[in-house]
Design a binder for this molecule. Sequence first.
Ligand SMILES: Nc1ncnc2c1ncn2[C@@H]1O[C@H](COP(=O)(O)OP(=O)(O)O)[C@@H](O)[C@H]1O
Ligand SMILES: [Mg+2]
Length: 281
Amino acid sequence: MRNGLPATALRAPGAVAQPARAAEPSPLLQVDGVSLEYRTPERVVRATHRVGFDVHAAERFVLLGPSGCGKSTLLKAVAGFIAPVEGEIRLDGHRVTAPGPDRIVVFQEFDQLPPWKTVHQNVMFPLLASRTLGKREAAERALHYLDKVGLARFADVHPHQLSGGMKQRVAIARALAMQPRVLLMDEPFAALDALTRRKMQEELLALWDEVRFTLLFVTHSIEEALVVGSRIALLSPHPGRMRAEINSHEFGLHSTGGAAFQATAQRIHGLLFEHEGAVAS
Ligand SMILES: Nc1ncnc2c1ncn2[C@@H]1O[C@H](COP(=O)(O)OP(=O)(O)O)[C@@H](O)[C@H]1O
Ligand SMILES: [Mg+2]
């Protein structure tokens, strides 16, 4: 509703409210004019301003922007932890109002695994807590996904015995085991060394090839966005606004040294920072 009018009153004459045509599957996830704020008694911080994008099933959609532009806040809103002050987020056409097992987040931090549980128990835990599966089925499914990330042999060890990259693999297995509608990843490889990071990107893409999950991936790295994403939303510096959408389907780990990759990276760099001086006015 705007100006007290029902939404339909704002449509062009003759337009009829009806579902999208069958030939165009409607997006799985719709972020529609979303503004997000942090409110304290002293002040209001606007994190994003009217951000909008659609994510289709089995896409690898990347949110790219400089630190502080609201990427994590957006991901938290999609996860259902924060409510928009303006706009709406829809999953399968239904408004997101709370967290749910259909949206699982993998964070950057290595301490997202409870240290007193084994790797296997860590992966089983959300399946049991959400009553998605019984104990035996949960144990089987957890092993299945641990195997997919190459860690079946480490099922009975505790997280402190694992490297950072291995912990992130466990977090990914735990998220995928829930078979979420959308997998949300917030700079999951940012704290890893460069070689491990590259290896993890490779493994994530191989996993996607096999499982075809829908991914919403946050990064501040232009190169990572081009490698991981099939489509990229560029966000401007604080507060985040949509600056552009880039099709990055053609790029992968094999293309990082190529001329087309470098040209696109340059273009994105320009788009992200060209207005920086002008914004202050
Ligand atoms: N808990 C919070 N309280 C107040 N402001 C916050 C909080 N978390 C983040 N912010 C502010 O919101 C903006 C967006 O933050 P964030 O979503 O973390 O950005 P990004 O993930 O892109 O680095 C920043 O200006 C940040 O300082
Ligand atoms: Mg962040």
